[in-house]
Design a protein around this ligand. Sequence first.
Ligand code: NCD
Length: 376
Amino acid sequence: MNSQEIEKMAHKMSWQKFVAMEEKEKIIFLNNLHTGNPFHVLFAQQFNRENLDLLCQIAEIARAINKNKQEGVKFLRKLLSGTHALNFFYQPSSRTFLSFETAQETLGMSIRDIRDPSVSSEAKGETLEDSIRTFSSYVDLIIMRYPEKQAVEKGAWVLNKSDRRIPIINAGSGKDQHPTQALTDIYTLHKSFNGEIDGRTIVMCGDLKRGRTVRSLSYLMKNYHDMKLIFVSPSHLRMKKDIKDFLTSHNITYLEEDNLEEIIPLADAIYMTRIQDEWDEKNDQTKKIPKPVDPKYKFKKEYLELMKKDAVLMHPLPKRDEIDEEVGYFRDKRVVFWRQPRNGVWIRVALIALIFQKQQTILDYTHWPKKWREGG
Ligand code: NCD
């Protein structure tokens, strides 16, 4: 199918048909019709090795450009100046929200937000698709966090039907996916291992059933060679079958283990996660005091001794007690979870730049300060 045919099909497609398609069939309706790079970003399966490597490259260069506080900062700010972004967050968020805002500001976008469902016309009975279609008249990009998986898909579907097909990015869809956190994690691995992610063993520990970040990161593993995943979790919070089936179908080895301590020496990356008890039944958020994590699934400070010398300890944050508090204060270069938020800003800069096809302008940047050009 050529791009016009895809566009025509997307225009005509019913929601029932769109939602019933498998993820891999949906991709052509989400990516840029000409470049094949992600345009609407709904799930991690949309990314291939080529665009992941490209995103890490753009993030690194944009970050270096930004160090030039005169020309560099101005150059980045001009890239998307005159465009507007809407951050539409219907679920609690502080870091992802701030991360997107910082990325948008870095690229010169002006920013609007909606964070309170009660102020939106949905409270007056408007459908979500009508809300999104209306919002698309005011802005050039929508970032959306919503408790239900299908909400952001509905956004992409309705925008595909509109004459103003602006991009929409999933900033967390319930228990399902969080693709831009997974991109942050890939960029963190890329930086930690000097671009050599292939062949690594990644341990994921905690709430693997409801943690959307580990789900999205597992999907991205298909793009790397000889990866091994080791899942460590309480038995009722194991990684779900859909992910395990995906890994099997892509010949990615995974194991399920119960003893974190024994596994640590094998790991290149240990990815700790919070127990997502906001999803527990009859959970009253206002009164809830988090239960201490089962010590079996806690990263204790002594475990640093067991880690390989070039392994890394990651966490998407927010964290509770699943990592001994002191670990965060050690000046150990393997503790990278405080670097992830900063990496998250730059990979989001890269993603937005790619969506708006500004990647080449960034890669071709030539206004380096004189001393850098001379290798200073
Ligand atoms: C995570 C999320 O919201 O899914 N945090 C994040 O976006 N950095 C993880 C969590 O809430 O535990």
